[in-house]
Design a protein around this ligand. Structure first.
Ligand code: ADP
Length: 504
């Protein structure tokens, strides 16, 4: 143990060695040593205090003064800032620059008010979210309710077209068909728009034969184009691979909309659909699409406006041709969600060109020959035994007639529970299963059937397009495909022919 040097010296001089080993003596010496040390430190501090010169003292006083001024200036600025934020504030504190307490309590008050406002905003946001959910649910229900009777109307029109009709009856039927299809596309547009607003779209990845696809778009618009004396041309870049991977339904929606607009606004002219390869790398490629017409064109000042919802460039023309003004809004949103955008080049009296680029993945799977040859359908289902599970009587009639026209034999079940029993006691080649039904819905019925029959192809029939990922849910339940009502006869036939053949 080492002690303070002075104490150490005195110990050496005065204390007998044997006392040093006593613990009490050691403690006493340690305490004395500590006292020596603190005495010296205090002495030094006191001496330093006396050493501070007059100049240092003056400097310290000046520093203090400056700090005080800075503080006053800060308070002044704080007051000015508060006053500019809240005009009522000046009455609450005096001009005295020292009323920091007032300022603090004022700020406290403000924080309290802001917090209350924040809570109100949170409540309003929650209420708005609830309202949006209610809107989406309402749309989902309405989608089903409106599309179900519409399905029956369109189906009946199709069935009537198979019959021998007088020319004037055919004409009336045509008007009915066009109106029903317009109504359907209007409903789809409104539902699609709300789905897009909620960001509920999931893009599928399927093989697309672009050339075939373009030909189908041309075919779908040919009748209307001919009626108006228009010619549709497809210009296709040979460098594009035969198959690319993307969402065919959404691409079809975009192109169909642009081509039908071009046909709508052109008389005795040409509509050119052009596709070219813009970029290609190992796994992806980018295609450039352009739809050009020689129609009425759009004035410069309207060119951005037409992409806004419910907006049309020319009201008179709209009255003549109909339309919701949602088509281009939906197209732009669909492209933006895929990292792209749409552009326009147009001159009144000369024509319009709408163009966009879109990325696709390169196809890695080998495409079967038969898949390549779609479009050449012979509508024959002889020897195919189908179970139709559907609760709406009118829909049953339409589907039954359509299937029987193709020579299929059809059995009917009015709900999922009856369907499960029928599958147990009969041999079917395929089941067409409605999703929403009383007693037992389509998902549950499929689950039940899958417990004892894994091989039977089951295709979902649905009138709702708003439910996200309906195909995913159908697949999860054990279904082999999905078709949306009102179905296009070609699509219905293709899916039955493909799936039931697999089963044989
Ligand atoms: P709509 O369902 O009314 O056709 P769109 O959003 O598809 O809605 O189009 C909005 C408006 O843009 C149309 O009403 C029309 O005024 C204008 N428009 C779109 N395409 C063309 C075109 N090819 N030529 C001239 N005008 C067009």
């Amino acid at each position: 143990m080492s002690y303070h040097p002075i104490l150490e010296k005195n110990i050496q001089k005065l204390l007998p060695q044997e006392l040093l080993s006593i613990e009490a003596v050691q403690q006493l010496l340690a305490a004395i040593s500590r006292n020596f040390t603190s005495f010296e430190r205090d002495k030094k501090i006191t001496e330093h205090a006396f050493d501070v010169s007059e100049t240092e003292y003056q400097q310290a006083t000046r520093d203090l003064k400056t700090q005080n001024e800075i503080r006053k200036e800060s308070i002044k600025k704080l007051k000015q800032a508060i006053r500019s934020l809240d005009p009522k504030a000046p009455q609450q504190f005096s001009d005295d620059d020292n009323d920091l307490i007032h300022i603090i309590s004022f700020l406290e008050d403000q924080i309290r008010k802001t917090k209350a406002l924040e809570q109100e905003l949170i409540n309003a946001k929650n209420a708005a979210e609830k309202a949006a959910m209610a809107k989406s649910e309402f749309l989902s229900v309405m989608s089903h309710e409106i599309r179900t009777p519409l399905n029956a109307i369109i189906g009946t029109i199709m069935l009537l077209q198979y019959q021998d009709l007088q020319p004037d009856q055919k004409e009336l039927l045509n008007v009915m068909e066009i109106s029903a299809e317009n109504l359907l596309s209007l409903i789809n547009d409104v539902l699609d728009y709300s789905k897009l607003e909620e960001g509920k779209i999931i893009f599928a990845e399927r093989n697309i034969n672009i050339l075939h696809f373009l030909k189908n778009i041309k075919m779908a618009n040919r009748v209307k184009a001919e009626e108006k004396g228009n010619l549709i041309k497809v210009i296709y870049d040979d460098d594009i691979p035969e198959f690319v991977v993307g969402d065919d339904v959404r691409l079809g929606q975009i192109l169909n909309n642009l081509v039908s607009n071009a046909v709508k606004f052109t008389k005795e002219g040409t509509i050119t659909i052009r596709v070219e390869l813009k970029k290609s790398c190992k796994t992806d490629l980018e295609l450039g699409f352009s739809i050009e017409d020689t129609g009425i064109g759009i004035p410069k000042e309207k060119q951005e406006l037409i992409f806004e919802r419910f907006t049309q460039a020319n009201n008179n023309i709209t009255r003549e041709f109909g339309g919701s003004g949602l088509g281009l809004t939906i197209i732009r949103r669909l492209l933006q969600l895929q990292g792209s955008d749409i552009f326009i080049d147009s001159e009144p009296g000369i024509g319009s060109r709408f163009f966009f680029n879109l990325k696709f993945k390169k196809s890695t799977t080998e495409i079967r020959e038969e898949a390549k040859q779609s479009g050449d359908l012979k509508f024959d289902l002889s020897g195919t035994h189908i179970l139709l599970v559907e609760d709406v009587e009118f829909n049953v009639m339409v589907a039954q007639r359509m299937l029987r026209n193709w020579h299929a034999t059809v059995d009917h079940a009015e709900n999922g529970a009856v369907a499960v029993e029928k599958v147990k006691s009969n041999e079917y080649d395929l089941v067409l299963m409605d999703i929403q039904m009383p007693i037992m819905d389509g998902y549950t019925a499929t689950n039940e059937i899958r417990k004892f029959n894994m091989a039977l192809p089951i295709i979902a029939l649905t009138a709702s397009i708003i439910t996200p990922d309906i195909q995913g849910r159908a697949a999860e339940a054990g279904m082999n495909g999905c078709i949306t009502k009102p179905f296009n006869p070609n699509d219905l036939y293709s899916i039955i022919a493909e799936k039931s053949r697999k089963n044989k």
